[in-house]
Design a binder for this molecule. Structure first.
Ligand SMILES: CC(C)(COP(=O)(O)OP(=O)(O)OC[C@H]1O[C@@H](n2cnc3c(N)ncnc32)[C@H](O)[C@@H]1OP(=O)(O)O)[C@@H](O)C(=O)NCCC(=O)NCCS
Length: 169
């Protein structure tokens, strides 16, 4: 792998769909980091990608190296009811061989810059425990702990806690 200087952060594009699906599926299949349990195809993942736009509350950025996407960070609707619209839930996933090099912080910085001028007031991250890298990344970037849902999901034969964190936009 090249140095981090070879990594470009840019807005996600429709043609990133296959890479984005592949990255996510790794965590769907092998971990409880996400509570999705069935892997996606690019076709079934397309509605997820289409929720993001070039402006507004819901935006998606990718890290690209050597012509392929190696990670992404985005902001999504938090809950469906109308008054929640000023809150977003963030999502961030790197290819497993590109973690622990500061890339998560670079992706989030770009996302935060993009939504700062938008009508968003709070962002939320739900982190299945344990996940030291994610806990530390979010704390370092100004997320505060809200609370921990105990055994809120069941996957891979056991129950998992989720730590919720909150950040001012
Ligand atoms: C979570 C994730 C986005 C963090 O991004 P990253 O680029 O790997 O994070 P960083 O390199 O900036 O590391 C963040 C912190 O965690 C630490 N860390 C990194 N990997 C770690 C590991 N495996 N175990 C413990 N600590 C770890 C780093 O030392 C750093 O600590 P610091 O803030 O005190 O310096 C990334 O690791 C990832 O995609 N993981 C798999 C998917 C995932 O968990 N997504 C988040 C779901 S909520």
């Amino acid at each position: 792998m090249g140095a981090m200087s070879d990594v470009a952060i840019r807005r996600a594009r429709p043609e990133d769909l296959a890479d984005l699906t592949e990255i996510y599926n790794h965590y769907v299949i092998h971990t409880a980091i996400t509570f999705d349990v069935e892997p996606y195809t690019p076709e079934t993942r397309k509605p997820w990608l289409e929720q993001f736009a070039d402006a507004g509350r819901h935006q998606l950025f990718v890290a690209q190296s050597a012509g392929r996407v190696i990670g992404y960070a985005g902001s999504m609707r938090f809950r469906p009811k109308a008054a929640y619209e000023t809150s977003v839930e963030t999502t961030i996933y790197l290819r497993p061989d590109h973690t622990a090099r500061g890339l998560g912080g670079r992706l989030y910085a770009r996302l935060f810059e993009a939504i700062r001028g938008e009508d968003v007031h709070r962002m939320y991250a739900g982190i299945t425990q344990p996940n030291d890298a994610s806990n530390k990344l979010h704390a370092r970037l100004g997320f505060r702990e809200v609370g921990r849902y105990g055994e809120v999901g069941r996957k891979l034969g056991r129950y998992w806690d989720v730590l919720w964190m909150e950040r001012n936009v």
